[in-house]
Write a protein that binds this ligand. Structure first.
Ligand code: BG6
Length: 474
């Protein structure tokens, strides 16, 4: 078979907290993602070292307005339909449905909002792929229960899942339980509502919270299949193979450890049990999570149907030495001397994408879905307001070529590709607006000014053609 399969799904991906805004509307409650400020304090807040559970005057909170998808979703989805998008990956803001998180009954206004979004998608020939939790956790659940460190979260999350699976049965069949579940290790407040107390063993808290998410994910998979046998459930992790800095066995060993740390979550979600390397290491460090007797069976029985991931860059690691470091999708690593870097210092490595696709497929032997990939860059409209983003086209072209080789030549079973993000939105890592990923420009500037007008970039027309030709014309 040459090229992508006929039923390959082309699309784009976003997250509620990075595009919706309208955080005080429709009865919505406050979430961890709302109280992550932009600027110098963001790092300490998203990693859980600085506790910020409400907004204060001295900070700017970019999620509050974001790019106003909450009010403009019809126009936005029409634009996406015009680009030929077949699938739109989006997330549900938990606090629109359960404003505090532990209510018995959902908020009807929130449910209606997403119903309208799904209707609009359908009108435009777009199928939704829904992330149930893209980093959000109601602030109330953090204050009252401590976020995912508390096992009670499983029940609250499942109530949300049941509500969504039942209500949107006619609109959605493809779901992701948690966005980048491994991000809990790197940005634990943003990823799971964890704030650390003085003297506490952070590793123990993170792995306990991760265990709760893993059980919740398995039970959500069970529930989804019961409610609608047509439901397909995926896990989602931040991927990007770790390379050894050299062929020194010590460097190779470090890379193996780094990869295992990253694959740990999917090993559980896809294979159904804690891998032996994790059991040994977590026990040795005294941070093996507390489990209930039924957990082993739950994890084993309800593994995911497909494995999805984000890929922005590969990583690189040495056992020792003072190598320069490189940024990346919330992970730092050694700077790979063979690669080019984005404006934000992230390595650009299309072959690394093919390597990652092969590694993940070899490991799990389940269909894969690439649900994030893209280039964050500053776009500068020219005198006529046009945005000629050839740098973005070139990044995506090379990555899609690598993905095509993985499918065509290596036999990787790939369901689809949703680039991050079809419409400019705010950055998760930095909270900046100027770090843009879209095919569609949003007139909103770093200082909050702008008309919010949507403008098609050059890449819009390029991606439209990619979709039309099923990836033949790049
Ligand atoms: C992933 C997240 O980590 O990478 C997205 O799932 C995020 O939410 C994306 O936006 C790109 O990262 P950033 O920091 O450039 O927004």
């Amino acid at each position: 078979m040459a090229g992508f399969p006929k039923n390959f799904l082309w699309g784009g991906a976003s997250a509620a907290n990075q595009c919706e805004g309208g955080i005080f509307e429709g009865g919505r409650g406050l979430a961890n993602v709302d109280v992550c400020p932009s600027g110098a304090d963001r790092g300490a807040v998203i990693t859980g070292y600085r506790k910020m559970l409400q907004m204060d005057e001295g900070h700017h909170y970019p999620a509050a307005e974001a790019v106003d998808f909450y009010h403009r979703f019809r126009e936005d989805i029409r634009l996406l339909g015009g680009m030929g998008l077949q699938v739109y990956r989006m997330s549900i803001a938990w606090t629109r449905i359960f404003p505090k998180g532990d209510e018995e009954e959902p908020n009807e206004e929130g449910l209606r909002f997403y119903e309208e979004v799904f209707r609009e998608c359908r009108k435009n020939g777009i199928r939704p792929l829904v992330t149930i939790c893209h980093f959000d956790c109601p602030v109330y659940l953090i204050e009252k229960y401590g976020g995912w460190r508390n096992r009670k979260m499983i029940g609250f999350y499942l109530r949300l899942c049941r509500t969504l699976f039942e209500r949107y049965k006619d609109y959605v069949t493809h779901w992701l339980t948690f966005n980048e579940i491994n991000m809990i290790l790197h940005a634990p407040f943003m990823g799971a509502g964890l704030c650390f107390e003085e003297g506490e063993d952070e590793e123990a808290v993170k792995y306990q919270a991760a265990h709760h998410e893993l059980v919740a994910s398995a039970l959500a998979t069970k529930l989804a299949h019961e409610i609608n046998p047509a439901n397909q459930i995926g896990c989602m992790f931040a991927a990007g193979s770790a390379y050894p800095y050299s062929c020194r066995p010590e460097d190779v060993w470090e890379a193996l450890l780094m990869n295992q740390e990253n694959y740990f979550f999917v090993d559980v979600q896809s294979r159904g049990y804690y891998p032996s390397y994790a059991v040994k290491r977590l026990e040795k460090r005294g941070v093996f999570p507390q489990m209930e007797p039924e957990d082993v069976e739950i994890l084993k029985k309800h593994t995911v149907d497909f494995v999805s991931f984000s890929y922005y860059n590969s990583r690189c690691i040495a056992a020792s030495g003072d190598q320069e470091t490189a940024e990346g999708n919330l992970f730092q690593s050694a700077k790979n001397p063979y690669l080019q870097f984005s404006e934000w210092g992230w390595p650009i490595d299309p072959l690394g994408f093919r390597i990652t696709l092969n590694e993940v497929y070899d490991r799990y032997q389940k269909p894969l879905f690439v649900v994030e990939n893209g280039l964050g860059a500053t776009d500068r409209p020219d005198g006529d307001g046009r945005i000629e983003d050839d740098y973005r086209i070139s990044y995506l072209r090379e990555h899609i070529r690598a993905m095509k080789a993985a499918v065509e030549e290596d036999g990787v079973d790939l369901m689809g590709y949703t680039s991050w993000a079809p419409i400019d939105l705010i950055s998760a890592g930095t909270g900046e607006m100027k770090k843009r990923y879209g095919f569609i420009y949003v007139d909103k500037q770093e200082d909050g000014s702008g008309t919010l007008e949507r403008i098609k970039k050059k890449s819009f027309h390029w991606y439209q053609r990619v979709i039309e030709t099923n990836g033949e014309e790049l």
